[in-house]
Write a protein that binds this ligand. Structure first.
Ligand SMILES: Cc1cc2nc3c(=O)[nH]c(=O)nc-3n(C[C@H](O)[C@H](O)[C@H](O)COP(=O)(O)O)c2cc1C
Length: 199
């Protein structure tokens, strides 16, 4: 599996980025995980005559080529960061590259709750008609107290959290496989379907 892991922040130092970097190494034998930074994307605006910004084209192409997407979100004022919302607005307005794409949401926060409200917010946004991602249901990975959660080498310190992440990721690979199969079958049915006037 090839996954694109979107770092949901423009901060230079981020425990969400550390979480994705840990996942990249930890799951290296199960999947190829490429990190993507949204820092270069401009704040969203509706285009007039100008062309789509290159950085927006780049994220869309990466998403389209990936089997699935992992998003790590911080929490600001009970919501996802504005930069992440803006990136999603660009995708929704231009390529709609997230449509039917399997998505795993994870997140880290400095407080106890591990970005739970931001993750619920992100789930709701990704379910909007122009984004329409296939979000993995009934699962969340919340990393609270994230500033103390990694050692000097970037390894997640808590064995119970690693076990939880292993389970979530194993499920995500299965979810990705099932979603790909479902969409292939859906496309085949659509191709063979005759309209009533053709019968
Ligand atoms: C303005 C502001 C608002 C914040 N609001 C929340 C919040 O609503 N919930 C929360 O858990 N943490 C909040 N935090 C702290 C965040 O946990 C933290 O900045 C971020 O999630 C950590 O992600 P990062 O390490 O990837 O930057 C806030 C921080 C700032 C500066």
């Amino acid at each position: 599996m090839k996954y694109l892991a979107i770092v949901g922040t423009n901060a230079d130092v981020s425990t969400n980025r550390m979480l994705l970097q840990f996942m990249q190494k930890h799951f290296a034998s199960d999947a190829e995980i490429e990190l993507f930074e949204i820092k270069a994307l401009p704040a969203f605006y509706e285009l007039d005559d100008e062309s789509i910004p290159e950085s927006v084209v780049a994220i869309s192409e990466k998403i389209l080529k990936a089997d699935g997407v992992i998003m790590a979100t911080p929490e600001y004022d009970h919501a996802i960061p504005a930069v992440l919302k803006s990136a999603l607005e660009w995708i929704s307005y231009t390529s709609q590259a997230l449509t039917d794409k399997p998505v795993l949401i994870v997140g880290a926060s400095h407080g106890m709750l591990g970005s739970s409200r931001a993750q619920a917010h992100l789930r709701q946004i990704l379910d909007s008609p122009e984004l329409a991602a296939r979000i993995m249901p009934s699962s969340e990975f919340l990393l609270g107290k994230s500033q103390e959660a990694f050692d000097y080498a970037g390894k997640l310190k808590y064995p119970e959290k690693i076990a939880e992440l292993n389970e979530v990721f194993r499920e995500f690979i299965l979810f990705t496989e099932m979603t790909i199969k479902l969409l292939e079958e859906k496309a085949a049915v659509k191709k063979d379907k005759k309209f009533t006037w053709e019968a």
